[in-house]
Design a protein around this ligand. Sequence first.
Ligand code: OGA
Ligand code: NI
Length: 363
Amino acid sequence: MEVSEEGIIRRVQSIAQSPLSRVPPEYIQHPNTRPVFNTPTQPHNVPLIDLSFFDPTRRTSTRESIARACRDWGAFHVTNHGVPLSLLTAIRRVGRAYFSDCSMPEKLRYACSTAASEGYGSKMLATSDQKQDDAVAQVLDWRDYFDHHTLPLSRRNPDRWPEFSPDYRDTVARYSDEMKILAQKLLALISESLGLRASCIEDAVGEFYQNITISYYPPCPEPDLTLGLQSHSDMGAITLLIQDDVEGLQALKSGDGGGDQWVTVEPLSDAVLVLLGDQTEIITNGKYRSCEHRAITNPDRARLSVATFHDPAKTVKISPASELINESSPAKYRDVVYGDHVLSWYTKGPEGKRNIDALLLHS
Ligand code: OGA
Ligand code: NI
């Protein structure tokens, strides 16, 4: 099984390690989705917010900064977030060891083949026989990943995670618990920044379904034709992401009157990047938008990131918060059962924000 697995799904790391001056054709992006490298460096950067959570004198200004960042970007870095910095270092270390130092047969013991299942994967979307008729031909991402199901605790089974580093499983479990606490604090601040009660968004999401995805982007011989991860917004409520010191993540900044621009998110080793997901866009009735983002590749250095997703259960129905709806501000989104949103994302592909845009009323 493990051996044939490698035949069905090619690991990007294996392709990158073979002598190669060109990427295989299935990794070549259509001309309109290829990254452009020759534009001058953007002056923009994702906002940085210092969270001194329990200091009441700063809470109002923190909320105002959060409101601005959520409106302008749907993304921001936080510092003083309460997660021990040693834990951020530890998860990067065990993740890096798994991808860089563990042999391929050992890695393949954890192989997963279908989208959204737990384990070592390379292909984000459903395979073509699972796909729907309106799906576009799939271009593959230049990325391998390991997805961990971490919350609720009933989904967490560390026996399914690597033990290549002796502290791998314990580190992922501790990281999961810390990220949950941070996600709750952030959703409270985000709710308050809209004048809602602190628990509003978390109540709408319900118990968190949390997944932690460690992504590994091998060096790529043709970065101008390839994407590490295609453009998308995250489908859940809130994503907390850390990266190593190699650049590659880009956020789409909507222009003030001008066009949209891809902005590279500077790697900050002590900060956590917050990305608003599609469910937060619906719950806030579009007052805050989910962040469209992608990863680009480079020819020299492998890149590692750790993304922690906080999603509703598949059965939860998400709708705009009633507090934000009135005659002059009607609901902008159709209600959606979260599982249906996930299914459309994995079968049709994200293509930027098309799945959330499809829920817009009167569009
Ligand atoms: C993701 C994601 C970006 C990155 O996993 O959804 O956007 O930098 N990752 O790996
Ligand atoms: Ni993402």
